[in-house]
Design a protein. Sequence first.
Length: 568
Amino acid sequence: MKKIVENKFALLAFAVLLGGVIGWLVKPTNQSRGEEAHVHEEGTGQTWTCAMHPQIRQTEPGNCPICGMTLTPLSSDTNTEDPVELKMTPTAMQLADVQTEMVTLKIPTKIIRINGKVKADERYVFTQTSHISGRIEQLLLNYTGEYVYKGKVIAYLYSPELVTAQKELFEAYKIRDNQPVLYNASREKLKKWKLTDQQIDGILSSGQPMESFPILSDLTGVVTTKKVNLGDHIKQGAPLFEVANLNKVWLLFDIYERDMAWVKKGDKVNYTFQALPGESFVGNVTFIDPVIDAKSRVARARITVDNRDGRLKPEMFVRGTIEAQLTGGEASIVIPKSAVMWTGKRSIVYVKTNATNGTHFMLRKVTLGPSLGESFVITAGLEAGEEIATHGTFSIDAAAQLAGKPSMMSVVHTPRAAILSVSAKQALAPVYHAYFEMKNALVDDNWEAAKQAGIQLKSSVEGVDMSLFLGSSHGAWLAYRSAFLKSLAHIHHQANEEGVRGVFLQVSSPMVDMTVVFGPLEERIYVQHCPMAERNKGADWLSLEKEIKNPYFGSSMIRCGENRIILK
């Protein structure tokens, strides 16, 4: 028995020893494979990111530490050396249906779609009245829409006054040779009740007074309103019918408050009627209401139309379009709405940049002007000749977010390290010099000198060589240049101190922003702020001096303000 137990222990020891040997032999092989796999993974340089939080960057797959979503590999095709440019391959652009278009100058034309109705021309709407007091014995016009002609009998009226007047006529007729004045007076009395000479002669020839007297129509047209019924007692001058002559009608179109600045008298209108399918017409606006309806917030634009064929009926619906141009008719930058993305107060587009190794896009902030229906006027941020994405912009923006580039969901910025060369900074020196000259003149309340400095500032901006701004700085300078020239466009026409100070306020905003982004010149520059400028909204300006000298108010509040930032 003892021998059997010893044999079992020996066998167990042998098994343990054999397992250790096998484990020792296998372990190095597996470890070496793991190291190879680890080296291979690191060798790829793959970066993993979160679609919802693109700021997350990891070197291995996993879940987002913020939202828990599975991380996705970041394509190297979207990375470029420039921190603000996004590279897209032709395949990616085709899959995202990205389309681009050159920015050009156009005459801004807005298509305004308007609706309206056919109305009777108010100049040809009349009221048929009774010239005699009495009771309606017979009514020959019994419904609206009936056509009536001038001279047609429209009703028969019993009038005690008329019966008495006819009897007086008979008596005066008997003594007409001796009392011609009395006879003529009797006839004139009947004529004042709109009786004709033929009717009066007919009464005399009959020898009997008419008890049911015919009322003749004074008008020709369509009965639009019936105001009396059979048996009604009416007084002299009471309205019987409203009659409209529809040979001419009005088309009254509703012009909404937002479109009123675009519509003016004389504009051509193309219009159609639902009742006349397949036909189109053209007319011109002849009148625009000077008062807006308080409830509907619309004004009416009128077109007068010939309707002698009677095809147009009052209350018909009509639809029209007006091609309106901006006042002045000057060419402006117009881009499709599909190219613009809105991010709260900001509007951005993606500009295609010149690149030799693929298609690159860079986000650009723009200032929107009037809406033209399917397009926008751009007042700042773009120049003619640039190329922008017009379709697939959201796909570009999504790729920019995943690549960690500036996007519509992030703050638009341009890293200073990649912005300005020394030669470009030197080219901006005259711009800064003219700006500070303008500021100092306003501090001294010398608005005429400030105006001349503003004219020089405009000339200096126009004289900057744009070829000196490379990469992302090129687009940034174009945006600032556009803002400067827009603010200074009317500096020549300013005829008072208030106007020049207003121009300086507009110039200072992009000037401060450009200095923060591009970096200052050799001098130390102070960004100073006045809380009372621009009607207590507050405004900034640049100064080479630490001491506050307010250019917005001059000597009246020379010390109003504070230093906000020192740019060294």
